[in-house]
Ligand binder design. Structure first.
Ligand code: PXP
Length: 241
């Protein structure tokens, strides 16, 4: 059965809006774990816009499930990852100006470079994943790097505006998924998945894990807002007692 890994970057985004201490990503991670998540994902970006180095350290120390660290393939991130020893690292492309990870990592043509980059992780017993577009050439290249997993980018499928486009993107994902499995890679899916568009994968075999962040944190705001307001109203009402 596929498992769920929850990306908690946006809890840190909210905290960084005030540069304070709440909401705490570590507390969010604990709640995700208590609710059935199999792994917690954080992306330590070069610009540190949400997750901070300290979050990674605390998570690595305290998580009860697996920690997945998303990162760019840089020397700085390699050193941080090896120091914190997450269960899995996932290499993603990173551009400073982007709102979120916009496309998959271009692996084709960089097989040797990325294989060398991943080597110390394999030696340390850390699993590796490459976040790629659903494209056979990228899957083949990913296999050549020795990565354990590919995470297929579901963004184009999730963002498709029309049925035909959505079906085309879904077919690309299913083809890449099958091809990756045939090539001995384990497959995760992620980006833009929500409570509706994930249903298309209900009968699709071969997915190891779904990597989901924004829709879960967004829903948490909605399903939790009512309680949060009631709690504050109740607190103020008690002033009169
Ligand atoms: N997988 C990767 C590699 C990502 O970069 C992201 C976004 O941080 C996700 C999954 C989760 O995407 P979303 O927040 O849209 O669920």
């Amino acid at each position: 059965m596929p498992t769920l890994a929850v990306n908690i970057d946006h809890v840190a985004t909210l905290r960084q809006a005030r540069l304070g201490v709440e909401p705490c990503p570590l507390a969010a991670a604990a709640l995700c774990e208590m609710s059935g998540a199999s792994a917690i994902i954080v992306h330590l970006r070069e610009d540190r816009r949400h997750i901070q180095d300290r979050d990674v350290e605390l998570l690595a120390e305290c998580a009860k499930t697996e920690v997945h660290l998303e990162m760019a393939a840089t020397k700085e991130m390699q050193a941080i990852a090896l120091k914190n020893n997450p269960g899995t690292i996932c290499l993603v492309p990173e551009k400073r100006q982007e709102l979120t990870t916009e496309g998959g990592l271009k692996v084709a043509g960089r097989e040797k470079e990325l294989a060398d980059f991943l080597h110390p992780f394999a030696e340390a017993g850390i699993l590796s994943s490459l976040f790629i577009d659903p494209d056979r050439a990228q899957v083949e290249a990913a296999r050549a790097t020795g990565a354990d997993y590919v995470e297929l980018h579901t963004g184009a499928y999730a963002n498709a505006k029309h049925v035909v486009e959505r079906q085309t993107e879904l077919a690309r994902l299913l083809d890449a998924l099958l091809f990756a499995r045939e090539n001995g890679l384990k497959v995760n899916l992620g980006h833009g998945l929500n409570y509706t568009n994930i249903l298309a994968f209900a009968k699709v075999p071969g997915v190891s894990q779904y990597s989901i962040g924004h829709s879960i944190i967004s829903r948490a705001v909605m399903v939790g807002l009512e309680r949060a307001v009631r709690d504050m109203v109740e607190t103020i009402r008690r002033f009169a007692e």
